[in-house]
Ligand binder design. Structure first.
Ligand code: NAD
Length: 296
């Protein structure tokens, strides 16, 4: 069994750390929020007082932080992970962050002799609790294989997407598809309503026809056709609009730097931004249909 330092035990990191502890690993949990650390301790982790405390004398460090600036600070800052960890410590960043920061931090880790991967996730808090997350892993083959046994405790699917930063690239490309796809389904249901076509009829037809997609068949944005979709519980997330907006911004940032033209991604970003600016950032992202339909 390994000794693991887990930094960032919020909504996602908390249950992920708990699953590592349940599997028999020793997990030292650190977060700026004492409440989050207390929850992790109640779930079987040990409390760490600082980043240094979490990173000292461990075999593995896992981070689950809000954004690139937090990741850069925790790894590269004075008293950060790089300054503290023992030689050869495996480092796994599961946060969703910009591709450039992921690549810069991993290059710095490799310079110092630490194997490191970016391993952002899909699956949300439910997936983190159930240990069914999907991990998209970027880094060397060797580092990805070292990380795999730990990722397989926290998730069900682990895909090595290529070099450092490619986990983040896969995550933002997937979520850009999802954000655009949900808008297309929402617009079609709004039009159906205006044309006097019943939601259920459109669902029955399109779920078997060429409009079929995940946003329709698993996450249908209107109540009724898919009883488990957030539309049936007043759009409580699920995957919040502000989370979708974060990922669409990362995608636009990456597209700009890569010289890629993504007009639909840009349109999706501005629509979810409008949704958020109207004070609906906490609603599930499928609630965008209410804005498209002029209800909010
Ligand atoms: P969260 O805000 O609940 O947790 C982040 C935690 O990091 C907080 O508890 C915060 O106190 C802590 N933190 C910030 N700076 C820190 C520092 N310097 N040292 C120690 N702790 C620090 O957010 P979350 O929902 O758990 O999301 C974490 C990451 O997972 C984000 O990158 C997010 O985009 C990604 N993600 C979230 C979901 C989701 O459904 N919530 C799904 C997929 C991916």
């Amino acid at each position: 069994m390994a000794s693991i330092g887990f930094i960032g035990v919020g909504n996602m990191g908390g249950p992920m750390a708990a699953n590592l502890a349940k599997a028999g690993h020793t997990v030292k949990a650190f977060d700026l929020s004492k409440e989050s650390v207390d929850k992790a301790v109640a779930a079987g982790c040990e409390a760490a007082e600082t980043v240094t405390d979490a990173a000292r004398d461990v075999d593995v460090i896992v981070t689950m932080l809000p954004a690139g600036k937090h990741v850069a600070h925790v790894y590269e800052g004075t008293d950060g992970v790089f300054a503290t960890a023992a030689p050869g410590t495996l480092m796994i960043d599961c946060s969703t962050i910009d591709v450039d920061t992921a690549r810069t931090v991993i290059a710095a880790a490799e310079d110092k002799g630490f194997p490191m991967v970016d391993a952002p996730v899909s699956g949300g808090v439910g997936g983190a609790e159930a240990g069914t997350l999907t991990f998209m892993v970027g880094g060397t083959e060797e580092a990805a294989e070292k990380a795999r046994p730990f990722l397989e405790i926290m998730g069900k699917t682990v895909v090595h997407a290529g070099d450092a930063g490619n986990g983040q690239a896969a995550k933002i490309c997937n979520n850009m598809m999802l954000g655009i796809q949900m808008l297309s389904v929402a617009e079609a249901f709004m039009l159906a309503k205006r044309l006097g076509l019943d939601y259920q009829k459109l669902f029955d037809i399109s779920s078997k026809a060429s409009g079929q997609c995940w946003s329709l068949t698993t996450y249908c944005p209107v109540p009724g056709p898919v009883p488990t979709s957030p539309a049936n519980r007043d759009y409580q997330p699920g995957f919040a609009t502000d989370m979708m907006l974060k990922d669409l911004k990362l995608a636009q940032d990456a597209a700009g730097k890569a010289g890629a033209s993504t007009p639909l991604g840009a349109a999706a970003e501005s629509l979810y931004q409008m949704m958020s600016s109207k004070g609906n950032g906490n609603l599930d992202f499928s609630a965008i249909i209410k804005m498209i339909d002029g209800e909010i």
